[in-house]
Write a protein of this length. Structure first.
Length: 95
């Protein structure tokens, strides 16, 4: 199973790919722009998510969502990014 979660941790971008960590010095916005045509979507101010690794989403308090991934990790989708995630899933772009 492959999964990729990109998180902002103390001003460093950490990409977790199959239990391996990679660092990137670019801003999260720059990385997001590079991946605009991929199945990666922003889910919060500090995280990008590869939606091909998404198992399901569930309601979460304060109008947010809980994203369950195939590596058994859970991430919170901020309410600001729910429409973007919904549109990406509905477009059927992911593999």
């Amino acid at each position: 199973m492959k999964s990729c979660i990109l998180k902002l941790l103390i001003k460093k971008h950490l990409c977790t790919l199959n239990k391996n960590n990679l660092n990137d010095k670019r801003t999260l916005s720059a990385i997001e722009q590079d991946l605009i045509r991929s199945n990666v979507v922003r889910i919060s101010k500090t995280a990008l998510l590869n939606i091909s690794c998404l198992v399901c989403v569930k309601p979460y308090p304060n109008h947010r969502l809980l994203a369950e991934l195939n590596n058994e990790e859970n991430l919170i989708v901020s309410r600001k990014y729910i429409p973007i995630l919904r549109d990406k899933i509905r477009s059927g772009y992911y593999e």
